[in-house]
Structure formats: structure tokens, C-alpha cells
Design a protein around this ligand. Structure first.
Ligand code: SF4
Length: 498
């Protein structure tokens, strides 16, 4: 436990880690350590991603073993194919509810994003984007016959498509701002807590809200375990970041888990181990006795009293739309904008990068906005409080930096954008968003490893493709320290000067 500060900066989470260790509960950090070293071929992009049954082939990064696959596929095409596979998955994730088994949906860009995308495509001599780009990407991953350049072009096209689908989904469900309460203290206010993970259906949540207010018995809180779950006029209160969800569950303070689509298996395993009931959020019929099961569970466990530290909590207005000009960045062209967001990862001490970066960047006089787990850390550490010299802005989780980019583009002030940093990536959708923004012409830095280190040609070509549109893509072959990313943000003062 002497390395506990390398796992999280949150003092309550550190207490919970000690508590879990005493009880022999395995958490993501232990699993992460047991998994080291992770597959180096996959990490470098040198494990063949094509849908071919003659493999799997892997190329030796050091040039001592296999230099080509059985079919003759070279390292550059293998790495570019890996990127395409991830971008294809990212675009399909972003399609979300718009997709059906019968049809691939057409993307409907807003005027602002549509103009930016059209300009990039025209300057690069590319055709308009449409849903058939998904099918083309899938077909290119059948068995390799495309060049490295063709694979990379399709990767970036799918990244742009991802931005369009994300925007489309958001326009359908939300506008203006929504309030959100954040922090462990939320669970301390109620004797019974139902935790939510993944993205449960709105109907399921609404049904539980009604049931939680009915009948005799203790008050019941519905709290999210690290997910931004959008309700009608607010977000479900978020008790912890996604990286802390198993920690909170291990404390015994959550009396039932509602597992929506996207729930990590580790959370369900932990419930099984601790005998905490689980309800599957896809099954509305399950909701009828959920509240009763949670009340029963709460009467059998003794609650820890760790969650009273109000300094690690806060509430905030979340910007849902770039049309909410009152909350956005104002007109002062001298104020530079830094966007920081992303998902927790056991590779880094939870909370360290978000808080160090936000504080360091604010010291340089930049206005900061955040999204995702990074935003939760900013809220927990008081950076969104009115008492701050410059209050951090919190952006809706799914669109995140895209909202800010559109706001600046509409004002013709994209030059104010100092940079966008993804502090961690949860899935290929977040990677595709980062690549799409860079290809649109934004300066983007990614702190999580991108599996392209196995090919210098792929890295150079990606950088050139992004730079030719006025953008930048900074990424690392190691887990970066906050000061490296701060240097990227602050020393490149010519960024955005155009
Ligand atoms: S496409 Fe080529 S490199 Fe990939 S698994 Fe098949 S034979 Fe091997």
C-alpha cells in the first residue's frame, strides 16, 4: 500500500483501496498489474487486424523475425489496417441508436460542422462522406489489398463520420444546460443506494425513479457509477468516476447494481462476489422489485462512514449544446481555450493528470473546459466553483470538445483554440473523435497510447495528413507526465495563431 498514491490522488479512494485490500477484494489495479506486460504486438499495431483465416500473423518490431505476413502483407499496411479497424468500430459505436440491422444511417452534419468537413474533403480531393464509408471500411478489412495511404485515408474519413454521428445523436436528445451533482458524499445522504453503470434505457430509469418514491421504507437514491446518464432536465447524480466504480461498490455503500449496456464485467463479478443484487437494465420487467431488493440488501449490511468529505464533491451546470452562448467562451479573442477530457485508466494515478493539467493551464491564463472522467475530477477538486478566478466549463460527455470547436468556428475564432488533450481513451469511439478533430485542423494531444508505433511511415503519414489541414496530432510511446503535456500546451505558442 506504500504505492497507493500511484493509484489515485483522491484521499477517500485511498481509504477505500486499503479497505478493499484488507478484505482481499481484487480491483482493476490488481488485474492491470497481473496483465503486465500487455501484448506488445497489438500495442504497436503489428498483429494482423484483417479478417483472414490464414493468420494470425504478427510482424517482429525489431526486424529479427517475421517481416511480412503469410500473404506478403508488410508492417506499414498492417499498422494502418489496425488503425482502420479501430476507426471503423469507433464510427459504428457513434452510430448508436440511428443504426438498424437493415440500414446504415446517413450522417446529417450541422451547418457549422458540415462546412468544416466539406472544406477538408474538398482540399484533399475526396468525395462527400456518407454511410457507405462504413461498408467500404469493413470491406477493406476483409483481406488486405489496399495501400497504406488508402487505409489511412479511410481511417480519417471514418473519424470525421464519427464526429457527425456523435453530433446527430446529441441534437436529438438535448439542448441548453443540465445540472449534475458529483462526489462520494451523495451516497452518504441516503440509507439505500442503487448504482447505475453502462447506459440504461431512459424508460428503465424513469420507472425506477417512480418506484423509489413509493411505498414504505427508507429513502432510495439512484446514483451513477462514473457514467453521465442524461435524464429529462438533469443528469443522474454521479457518485464517482468510472475508474472508482469498483472501489465504491467494494465499500458496501451500493445496495443494488443496475447494469446497462456497456457495463464492465468486473463490476458484475464484484457484485457476485459480494452478493450484491444486479438488475439488467435492458429488461423493464426486472424493474418491478428492484427497489425492494435494494432496501432488503441495505438492511443486511453495515455502512462505512467515509463519504462525508465535502471538499471532494460539487455541483455544476453542464453545457449540452454549442448554442448555449451564455455558458461558452465569450467573444474576447485574446482569451485562449484549452480543452481537456477523457476516461480514467489504471495506467495513471486517477485524477492526477486532469487536476495538474487544469491547474497548470489556468496558470498560463487559458480558459479551460473539460468532459468525461476528467471533468468529474475537476468538479471534485473545486475547479468549477464560482469562487475560482476562472471557472472551468464542463461539456456534455459524448460530444465533449466538439461543442467547443463548433462554438469557436461559428464565431470565426478557431485561432483561440490552444489545444485539445485526451487524458485517456476508453474505446475506439474516443480515438476516432481525437483523430477526427485533428484531421479537421485542431491541435490534438492524446495521452493514451495509439497502436501505430510499429510503423514510422504510418506515424509520419498521419502527421502529414493532419498538418496539411492545419491540425496537429501529438501522441506518446510512453505514459506521459503532466509536465510533458503542459509543455505541449504552452510552449507551442504559435498554435492557433492563424
Ligand atoms: S491478411 Fe495476411 S498477414 Fe493478415 S492474417 Fe491473413 S495472411 Fe496473415
Amino acid at each position: 500500500m506504500e504505492t497507493i498514491h500511484l493509484k489515485t490522488v483522491d484521499p477517500v479512494s485511498q481509504e477505500l483501496l486499503r479497505f478493499a485490500a484488507q478484505r482481499g477484494i481484487e480491483l482493476p489495479w490488481e488485474r492491470y498489474e497481473k496483465l503486465q506486460p500487455q501484448d506488445g504486438f497489438l500495442r504497436l499495431g503489428l498483429s494482423c487486424p484483417f479478417g483472414c483465416m490464414q493468420g494470425p500473423c504478427r510482424i517482429d518490431p525489431f526486424g529479427r523475425g517475421a517481416g511480412k505476413g503469410i500473404c506478403g502483407l508488410g508492417r506499414d499496411e498492417m499498422v494502418a489496417g489496425t488503425l482502420l479497424r479501430l476507426c471503423l468500430q469507433g464510427a459504428m459505436d457513434a452510430m448508436g441508436s440511428a443504426a438498424t440491422l437493415e440500414t446504415v444511417p446517413e450522417v446529417q452534419f450541422s451547418d457549422t460542422l458540415g462546412k468544416m468537413v466539406s472544406s477538408v474533403l474538398a482540399e484533399n480531393g475526396q468525395a462527400d462522406l456518407n454511410g457507405s464509408d462504413i461498408l467500404k471500411g469493413a470491406s477493406m478489412l476483409g483481406r488486405s489489398s489496399s495501400t497504406c495511404q488508402e487505409l489511412l485515408v479511410q481511417s480519417f474519413r471514418l473519424s470525421l463520420l464519427t464526429l457527425g454521428f456523435l453530433e446527430q445523436e446529441n441534437e436529438q436528445v438535448s439542448a441548453g444546460t443540465k445540472k449534475c451533482d458529483v462526489g462520494y458524499t451523495i451516497v452518504d445522504k441516503y440509507p439505500v443506494c442503487i448504482g447505475f453503470s453502462g447506459q440504461p434505457s431512459v424508460e428503465f430509469v424513469q420507472q425506477l425513479e417512480v418506484e423509489s418514491r413509493q411505498g414504505p421504507g427508507a429513502s432510495v437514491a439512484l446514483v451513477s457509477l462514473g457514467e453521465w446518464i442524461s435524464l429529462k432536465d438533469r443528469f443522474m447524480p454521479i457518485a464517482c468516476t468510472s475508474g472508482e466504480s469498483e472501489l465504491l461498490m467494494s465499500s458496501g455503500a451500493i445496495h443494488l447494481l443496475v447494469a446497462g449496456p456497456g457495463t464492465d464485467p468486473g463490476l458484475i463479478d464484484l457484485c457476485r462476489e459480494m452478493k450484491i443484487p444486479v438488475a439488467v437494465a435492458a429488461d423493464i420487467a426486472e424493474s418491478s422489485d428492484v427497489v425492494q431488493r435494494a432496501r432488503q440488501m441495505s438492511s443486511t449490511v453495515s455502512q462505512m462512514s467515509l463519504f462525508t468529505d465535502a471538499s471532494q464533491a460539487g455541483d455544476v451546470e453542464v453545457v449540452m449544446s454549442n448554442k448555449d452562448s451564455a455558458r461558452m467562451f465569450g467573444e474576447d479573442s485574446k482569451v485562449k481555450i484549452a480543452l481537456i477530457g477523457g476516461t480514467d485508466s489504471p495506467q495513471m494515478s486517477l485524477g492526477q493528470l486532469p487536476v495538474e493539467l487544469a491547474n497548470g493551464i489556468q496558470d498560463q491564463g487559458f480558459r479551460v473546459a473539460g468532459w468525461g472522467d476528467t471533468a468529474l475530477w475537476m468538479i471534485k477538486n473545486g475547479l468549477t466553483s464560482d469562487e475560482q478566478k476562472s471557472e472551468v466549463l464542463i461539456l456534455e460527455d459524448r460530444q465533449g470538445p466538439l461543442l467547443a470547436v463548433k462554438d469557436l468556428a461559428e464565431k470565426d475564432q478557431l485561432g483561440r483554440l490552444q489545444g485539445i488533450c485526451f487524458t485517456g481513451l476508453k474505446n475506439s469511439g474516443e480515438l476516432a473523435m481525437a483523430l477526427g478533430l485533428a484531421y479537421l485542423g485542431c491541435p490534438v494531444s492524446v495521452a493514451a497510447p495509439i497502436p501505430v508505433q510499429g510503423s514510422q511511415l504510418v506515424k509520419d503519414t498521419m502527421a502529414e495528413m493532419v498538418q496539411s489541414n492545419g491540425g496537429e496530432l501529438n501522441h506518446y510511446d510512453h505514459v506521459p507526465q503532466a509536465k510533458e503535456i503542459l509543455e505541449w500546451f504552452t510552449t507551442l505558442s504559435i498554435k492557433g495563431a492563424a
